[in-house]
Design a protein around this ligand. Structure first.
Ligand SMILES: [Ca+2]
Ligand SMILES: [Ca+2]
Length: 439
């Protein structure tokens, strides 16, 4: 492409947020509030050809809905968790070969009666292996893969997904409170050169385990480790670990940094996704009091990226060391592609998906929401800023209630989950895919 064409492309991207979504875009109720769902926080497809949708309830239950949106009579799985506004059963990820190996993972806050590494119940990653992958109630075995200690009940991340590389990504919040008082999000050290880096806070006892807070972890959960090494911050040195470190993780070969870390500088990456076509990683990172953000990472990335928290909040300084919007550049962290302030009733971003489903006119558009406003927003991926670099947010005019999550299925249908007990399907009115009835 010639220079002029490249410049023209930039001009197009800078104005692309003003593009209109189709007039016939709709948000249709697939599971309504009478279906008995209690605080749903995730929807997942097992991609096994069954058409089943698995819906995660924060209180510790996984339910299955059929292709018409009707709940099956029995729960798929129930487990004890600690539940509060941000604690609970938070994530579900099916192994890419679930149809044959029956393996899936959940992320949850442990019940208060479990042993714990920190002051509060751990955030736990657990593997399940179903004896019969096609069964509608779980029977089989399970084991804990990794535990992360916690200090405050908020900021627990909890989304888990397999990437296009077949590694499991687990978004972890900064531990909680406000402002990341211990500086965990900027701390990648297993052991500091001087033995006690000030930026890593007071973590007496189980120190290194805390350094997984405020991170995107990347784990090879399809393999175990016979003898855990010193840079595995989620395992005890010398003991067996129920996961392995991908050799291509940024700190895999460094002795003094946590090998589980893929990215750092995250506050609460509550919901993230992978573009099913490009495998790019797109993270919704919940802001402090002023700025929500979306972070973007191409599939070709080698990780080790610093998304800025708690130096920056969005494109703005958070720390007292500066002011204005030059924070990412000044701190050498990565600026978000979308920054959303708290006008319009926004309080906490809900990261969404790039649509790749049957409604052709929606393909390639990124849809996301906010837990307080419930508005469904959209942006066109491309370049370093999807909002024109100035925080201009584009709304579809659709509202999903207290949106907690999005999810897709094998056909690319995009679902939004409403904490009020609903699952919604985003589509244009000419498409009723996967057997769902139209309005
Ligand atoms: Ca927490
Ligand atoms: Ca950031």
């Amino acid at each position: 492409m010639n220079r002029f064409g490249w410049v023209a492309g930039l001009i197009f991207l800078s104005t692309s947020v003003a593009a209109q979504v189709p007039a016939d875009i709709e948000l249709n109720v697939i599971v309504d509030s009478n279906a008995g769902l209690n605080s749903p926080v995730a929807v997942r497809s097992p991609n096994d050809g069954s058409g089943r949708l698995f819906v995660v309830e924060q209180g510790g239950t996984i339910k299955i809905f059929d292709t018409k949106g009707n709940p099956l009579s029995q729960n798929y799985l129930t487990l004890p968790v600690t539940e509060s506004s941000e604690q609970g059963l938070l994530g579900l990820a099916f192994d890419p070969d679930f149809a044959t190996n029956g393996t899936f993972y959940i992320a949850y806050t442990a019940p208060s009666t479990d042993p714990k590494l920190g002051a509060l119940p751990d955030q736990v990653l657990r593997r399940y292996v179903a004896t019969n992958p096609a069964a509608n109630t779980f029977a089989g075995s399970s084991q804990i893969v990794l535990r992360v200690p916690d200090l405050y009940s908020n900021h627990n991340g909890g989304n888990i997904l397999f990437g296009g590389d077949n590694y499991l990504y687990w978004g972890m919040g900064d531990g909680g409170s406000g402002g990341d008082p211990n500086g965990f999000a900027q701390c990648v050290w297993k052991k500091a050169a001087d033995g006690n880096p000030a930026t890593c806070g007071n973590t007496s006892g189980n120190g290194p385990f805390y350094y997984l807070l405020g991170k995107m972890m990347r784990l090879d959960v399809r393999h175990t480790t016979a003898v855990a090494t010193a840079n595995m911050c989620g395992a005890t040195v010398g003991q067996t670990a129920q996961y392995a470190i991908p050799a291509t993780n940024p700190y895999a070969s460094q002795s003094n940094k946590c090998a589980e870390i893929w990215d750092y500088g995250l506050r609460n990456p509550f919901r993230f996704s992978f573009d099913s076509q490009t495998h790019d990683l797109i993270i919704g990172d919940v802001g402090q009091n002023l700025y929500e953000e979306v972070d973007y990472e191409p599939f070709a990335s080698t990780g080790g990226r610093n998304y800025g928290w708690n130096l920056c909040e969005g494109r703005h300084y958070y720390s007292a060391s500066g002011s204005g919007t030059t924070c990412p550049a000044t701190t050498s962290s990565i600026a978000p592609v979308i920054e959303a302030d708290h006008s319009g009733g926004r309080c906490a971003i809900i990261g969404g998906y790039v649509y790749r489903g049957p409604s052709q006119s929606l393909r390639g558009t990124y849809f996301y929401s906010d837990n307080c406003s419930g508005d469904i927003y959209y942006a066109t991926p491309g370049g370093a800023s999807w909002d024109g670099g100035n925080g201009t947010i584009a709304a579809t005019g659709l509202n999903g209630g207290n949106v907690s999550s999005f999810g897709d299925d094998a056909s690319g249908n995009l679902y939004a989950v409403d904490l009020n007990g609903r699952v919604l399907l985003l589509q244009t009115d000419t498409i009723f895919a996967n057997g769902f009835d139209g309005p």
